[in-house]
Write a protein that binds this ligand. Structure first.
Ligand code: CTP
Length: 398
């Protein structure tokens, strides 16, 4: 979503201005053309040269720069912008934008752009909580601006509270989501499951599997970046939660079953993509107290967990995953038929660098008509996009 985009990054006079350097760098690395506009106050905190070096592009600090090639610069930048991001945004710039003031390059650009605008506030907690700032932010939200953050925590003024610039990941994730709003999944609701469920034995132990959740999280982010409203139902993982998705945390297969089948988290969904490694068996009895090592051997009885994909009903597209160590295509096709799926994504777990825990995956996508699409080894994010291409195709046929 970011590659090739024209992004105006507005930097204002907050102590968090140094964090904008990281944003400029990440956006540039992702292939965006980043035009930084700094307010005069911002240049007191960080120099234009920093942004010039990171983006490889001129940095605008003056409203009327007679050396500029652009005729009416604030209008030119505003017209070219796919998105304007102000990070950090002070109470002052927020007030000026809310009031429609255009007395510097940044406010002028915001007033003149037809593109979406993201504002990441950063200021002292009392300034943030002041009703006038809150009122200004409400006004901007109502006008379609996206406000990200602020976060709560230690503030440079020595106080603790709301006012920290949102995490860089949250700002970049929001940029991706806003840029993707008109993507091929716009208006669609996609439910994705991820991670390996944990089936308790006693209060301190569980049975699980090696799933990292990376495939499911990549699917959730890719669907978000193509305009979908995403619900991620996740078993425990160590991954950061995807920004701007609805996340529902579950522990066991039974909990995932309850969210999906009983509470009908998929009722309004256009597609359910089950990337989670759901345990097929769980301990038949969970000990209330910690199991002590009093015998040489310990035998445990396991019982089947409910089959979520096999029982969930609805008119949404159903996508399953199959982890196989032999007869990949035949086994996956049998699962597709048995569970009544539209697509199955099969991977050979014996292949190197592929499947559980890896950052890459080599999969075969099989559809209901028996069409087999064998993909090369790809980063999971790319696999996610290829799976979503198929989902889009199926949705378009409906
Ligand atoms: N799945 C599910 N509910 C379960 C178990 C699995 O919905 N209780 C889903 C998984 O999320 C995955 C697909 O079903 O999308 C995998 O099917 P499954 O038959 O469980 O695959 P395996 O566990 O690989 O089956 P087997 O061990 O029999 O090969």
């Amino acid at each position: 979503m970011i590659s090739g985009k024209n992004i105006v990054l507005g930097v204002t006079g907050s102590i968090a201005a140094y964090k904008a350097a990281e944003i400029a760098s990440q956006l540039t690395q992702a292939g965006a053309k980043v035009n930084v506009i700094m307010t005069k106050a911002a240049t007191e905190f960080i120099t234009p040269l920093t942004f010039r070096s990171l983006t490889g592009r001129p940095v605008v600090t003056e409203m009327f720069d007679i050396t500029s090639e652009m005729s009416v610069e604030h209008v030119a930048l505003a017209q070219a912008a796919d998105i304007v991001v102000i990070a950090p945004a002070t109470a002052n710039i927020i007030a000026k934008i809310a009031a429609g003031i255009a007395d510097d390059m940044l406010c002028g650009t915001v007033l003149a752009t037809k593109g979406p605008v993201i504002i990441a506030p950063a200021m002292n907690v009392n300034m943030y909580e002041n009703p006038v700032t809150q009122e200004n932010l409400s006004k901007l939200r109502a006008r379609g601006f996206t406000i990200v953050g602020p976060a709560s925590g230690w503030l440079a003024c020595g106080e603790t509270g709301m006012g920290r610039l949102a995490d860089i990941d949250e700002i970049i994730g929001t940029i991706r989501q806003v840029l993707g709003r008109k993507g091929d999944l716009a208006g669609k609701r996609i439910v994705v499951t991820a991670g390996g469920t944990q089936e308790p034995l006693d209060p301190v132990r569980h049975i699980s599997n090696r799933s990292s959740g990376k495939m499911g999280y990549a699917l959730a982010e890719a669907a978000r970046d193509r305009g979908a409203q995403v619900v991620l139902i996740t078993a425990p993982t160590t991954l950061p939660k995807p920004v701007r998705t609805e996340v529902i945390n579950v522990g066991t297969a039974q909990e995932m079953y309850e969210v999906i089948v009983i509470k009908k988290a998929v009722a309004q969904a256009d597609a359910l993509i089950m990337a989670a490694a759901v345990a097929d068996y769980r301990p038949a009895k969970v000990s209330e107290s910690k199991i002590k090592k009093v015998t040489d051997t310990l035998t445990m009885e396991l019982e089947r967990t409910p089959d979520i994909l096999g029982t969930v009903e609805g008119s949404f597209i159903k996508v399953g995953f199959a982890a196989e160590s032999e007869n990949l295509i035949a086994n996956a096709r049998a699962k597709l038929l048995q569970k009544g799926l539209d697509l199955i994504v099969a991977n050979d777990i014996t292949a190197p660098d592929s499947g559980m825990g890896a950052d890459t995956n080599q999969v075969v996508i099989i559809d209901r008509d028996g069409k087999v699409d064998e993909l090369p080894l790809l980063p999971k994010r790319e696999v996610a996009d290829r799976v979503l291409d198929k989902v889009v195709e199926l949705l378009n046929k409906r």
